[in-house]
Write a protein that binds this ligand. Structure first.
Ligand code: SF4
Length: 362
């Protein structure tokens, strides 16, 4: 079945509702140093049977309303195009039936950059696949080698080129804190990813998962995970860089409900259930500091007008930002006023009844 160009465009513009189907380590050529998908997804089996797949999708559809968003079936947790051709066909054929019925709008999957070639793209061209997520992780060959990825940065570049030629929506996943990586290499990776102009990126801090080769390195002291605060600062820089380049950042950090199971097996590392919120809070903290620094404060009371959707980001977790701002600028009080006329990436600072700072986006 061909997937029309207008449908693909529609899916690119709206944030889809995802039906995640986990295929732990399916199609993986080996285990990458940081990975243990059984640990991440809690699923010990490999691919679901046709019956299982059907019932997982049906049950999701029964329990979730469409809310005018497109719905996509997503195959995650493995290297989709690294699987045997029969498995690829059978999963796509089953998922495509839901698209044909009109209850789902498209299919997406995550795969390694070195699985994207003309032959495999021909294999999937008649299925309603709209989005391909590339697990690039880094565009530094040394970091890729230390992480036992078994591919190079150029594979990601070639993959993006081929996928663009086929008009797929492209997502790139990158990781921070990989062994052998540092800030300079990470920013270089981010610049190269931005240059590739994917439709979106996901940014995952490296955590030490039980059962991963990295766990052994951690236990022997060969790998020390980056502290949470440092990771938030790095991800903030990446977020701002991608935003400046018009690239959506759809995920920062592992999400408890989607990427991790209860009592999960993270041994160490910068995991936080609200990692993305921490990054956004750090950005709003910087914006406020910069607005406060660029003006003379006459009173120890200030008012900040901000879009209602950003109030919790401005406050920070447990009001941390407000506490830090008050201490740093010797302020008695900071009033936050929701104002839907303020652009979402801005804030207006009022002191002594005068507008003293208008902080545009970074
Ligand atoms: S990172 Fe991807 S390719 Fe590597 S082991 Fe995990 S699922 Fe497989």
């Amino acid at each position: 079945m061909m997937f029309s160009e207008s449908s693909k465009q529609n899916l690119k513009e709206l944030r889809p509702l995802i039906i995640p189907i986990f295929l732990p380590h399916a199609g993986c050529p080996h285990q990458c140093i940081f990975c243990n998908q059984h640990s991440i997804t809690g699923i010990k089996k490999r691919n679901p049977t046709t019956h299982n797949l059907r019932s997982q999708i049906a049950s999701f559809l029964k329990n979730n309303s469409r809310q005018r968003r497109p719905i996509q079936i997503a195959f995650y947790g493995g290297n989709f195009l690294g699987m045997h051709a029969d498995d690829i066909y059978s999963l796509l054929a089953e998922a495509a039936k839901f698209v044909e019925l009109g209850v789902v709008d498209g299919i997406r999957f995550s795969t390694r950059p070195d699985t994207i070639d003309r032959k495999r793209l021909e294999m999937i061209q008649d299925f309603p696949v709209c989005t391909v997520e590339l697990g690039a992780q880094s565009l530094d060959d040394q970091v890729l080698a230390i992480s036992c990825r078994g591919h190079k940065a150029v594979d990601t570049e070639k993959a993006v080129y081929l996928l663009k030629n086929h008009n797929y929506e492209i997502g790139i996943q990158i990781m921070i804190g990989l062994p052998g990586d540092d800030e300079k290499k990470l920013m270089n990776t981010a610049q190269r990813v931005a240059h590739l102009k994917p439709d979106f990126v996901r940014i995952y801090p490296t955590v030490v998962l039980a059962g991963s080769p990295l766990a052994k390195w951690y236990q022997t002291g060969k790998y020390v995970p980056a502290p949470l605060e440092e990771c938030v600062t790095l991800v903030k820089q990446l977020y701002l860089l991608f935003k400046k380049n018009g690239i959506r950042v759809i995920r920062m950090g592992l999400q408890a409900s989607e990427d991790l199971v209860e009592g999960s097996s993270i041994l160490a590392g910068p995991y936080h259930p609200a990692f993305g919120h921490l990054v956004h809070s750090a950005i709003f903290f910087d914006k406020t500091v910069s607005a406060l620094k660029s003006t003379e404060i006459n009173e120890s009371h200030i008012i900040i007008r901000i879009h209602p959707s950003n109030i919790s980001k401005l406050r920070g977790l447990k009001n941390e930002n407000i506490k830090k701002l008050r201490a740093r600028f010797h302020l008695k009080s900071i009033d936050i006023i929701p104002d839907s006329t303020v652009a979402e990436d801005r804030l207006i600072l009022i002191n002594d009844e005068k507008l003293v700072g208008y902080k545009p986006s970074s």
